[in-house]
Ligand binder design. Structure first.
Ligand code: NAP
Length: 334
């Protein structure tokens, strides 16, 4: 079996996860990593794989012969710029997660991929990604139902990387981690057949662990957190000021979990039905990376069929994601 040669573009948490995920997928091999900071990455990987600058693309195309690029840059600034440029030279997969801008990003990737004859699978991972698929399936199988996403079901909650980053931008904050907690009674109401119109604070609460810079005013930092639009203002938020040592010892890693829940009727008004799908991740970036690598396999299959343009998880047949061939799927997985 000829292995799929994967190029990692951008090396942060997701890039590290993709490198590990490739090792767990026997049909894949790492072609190399390209980065805007190749010296930093070369130091970190210590000769384990080739590391090259992200530009010019011709250099790594010729040297590394990748079949597919997994784009691991940030959704805010990196992917909108890098995605349309890179898909002009290679098939791509990414985890663009700015939900409100997915239509715009899809249009840009679809135009560039279609013109250049490449395949691009965008916005895959956890959410958007497998939770998007579960929402659509739940609504298709229970027409009229609404699908709700809840995050942070365990007592510890789920670490939100975006909200932790937002806390770290506040003046006077040295370091911070933010855990999201689902409101259990909100999930129960849906399980019991209701389809409520929840506002954000009725579904989740937020818990912040913040290390202050020397001399910073805790009251001012707390006020800024509570009033931060979009991130904390719409939620009931608990704030703990902790030392750097406590943060490092007790709140390291990227644990996260969540569920999609939908309820409705199957036909007869008496026949209530509910659909639930749950994920528990010891590490959110590692889990996202596994989903990205499965979609790299699907992208290569689509490309070999001569397909081109942008796709999302909603467009991918599950068999294309699987390591197993059709005979094995029919025999043991149906
Ligand atoms: N769909 C989903 O379910 C899902 C889940 C999680 C995350 N995501 C998305 O994945 C994106 C990437 O997440 P991430 O946690 O990997 O972000 P990250 O660690 O901040 O890395 C993003 C980029 O920043 C650069 N970088 C990382 N560390 C650096 C350092 N020490 N110095 C200089 N540059 C550095 C890297 O690019 P270079 O190597 O080119 O410098 C890297 O690709 C997020 O923006 C999020 O949108 C999606």
């Amino acid at each position: 079996m000829q292995k799929i040669r994967v190029l990692i573009v951008g090396y942060g948490n997701i890039g590290r996860g993709v490198r590990q995920a490739i090792e767990r997928n026997p049909d894949m091999e790492l072609a190399g990593i390209v980065s805007r900071s190749p010296d930093r990455v070369a130091r970190e990987v210590a000769g384990a794989c080739p590391v090259m600058p992200v530009a010019p693309a011709e250099a790594w195309l010729q040297a590394l012969h990748p079949d597919i690029a997994i784009l691991c840059g940030g959704s805010k600034n990196d992917l909108p710029q890098q995605g349309p440029e890179l898909v002009r030279v290679i098939d791509t997969v990414d985890s663009f997660d700015n939900h409100s801008r997915i239509p715009e990003y899809f249009a840009a990737m679809n135009a560039a991929a279609t013109e250049s004859g490449h395949v691009s699978i965008i916005s895959t991972g956890w959410d958007p990604g497998i939770f998007s698929l579960e929402r659509v399936l739940a609504n298709a199988f229970l027409p009229g139902s609404r699908a709700y996403g809840f995050y942070g079901l365990t007592p510890r909650g789920g670490l939100s990387m975006g909200h932790s980053d937002a806390l770290r931008t506040i003046e006077g904050v040295q370091d911070a981690r933010q855990y999201t907690h689902a409101v259990p009674t909100a999930i129960e109401r849906i399980r019991n057949g209701e389809n409520p119109d929840y506002c954000a604070r009725e579904m989740h609460t937020r818990e912040c662990f913040v290390v202050l810079k020397p001399g910073a005013d805790p009251a001012a930092v707390e006020k800024t957190i509570r009033e931060m639009p979009g991130y904390f203002a719409p939620y009931d938020t608990t704030i703990h000021f902790v030392s750097q040592q406590e943060l490092d010892e007790k709140y390291a890693g990227f644990p996260h979990d969540g569920c999609v829940v939908a309820s409705g009727k199957t036909g007869d008004a008496q026949h209530a039905a509910a659909i639930e799908y749950r994920c528990v991740w010891g590490s959110n970036p590692e889990a996202t990376a596994q989903v990205l690598v499965a979609h790299a396999r699907a992208a290569v299959r689509l490309s070999r069929e001569g397909r081109k343009g942008a796709f999302t998880i909603l467009d991918i047949p599950p068999a294309y994601l699987s390591l197993h061939d059709r005979d094995e799927l029919l025999k043991n997985w149906m």
